[in-house]
Design a protein. Structure first.
Length: 64
């Protein structure tokens, strides 16, 4: 399960279209593109956010 915060975001249709174009160019989802743009904007304003550790993948370790 993801530890990401979900919320509704209303965007101007032209902004949404631009985000989708950028996302497609960079092989990202629109959601990932918005998160990347927000991180860049926060960093530019001096509020850099460190990325969360990636989720663990694969099978859990064997017990024993």
């Amino acid at each position: 399960m993801s530890n990401k915060k979900a919320f509704a975001l209303r965007l101007d249709p032209a902004v949404h279209a631009a985000v989708e174009r950028l996302a497609a160019d960079e092989l990202r989802s629109a959601n990932a593109q918005i998160e990347m743009l927000l991180r860049e904007a926060l960093k530019a304003r001096g509020a850099e956010v460190k990325p969360s550790p990636p989720p663990r993948r694969g099978r859990p370790p064997a017990e024993g």
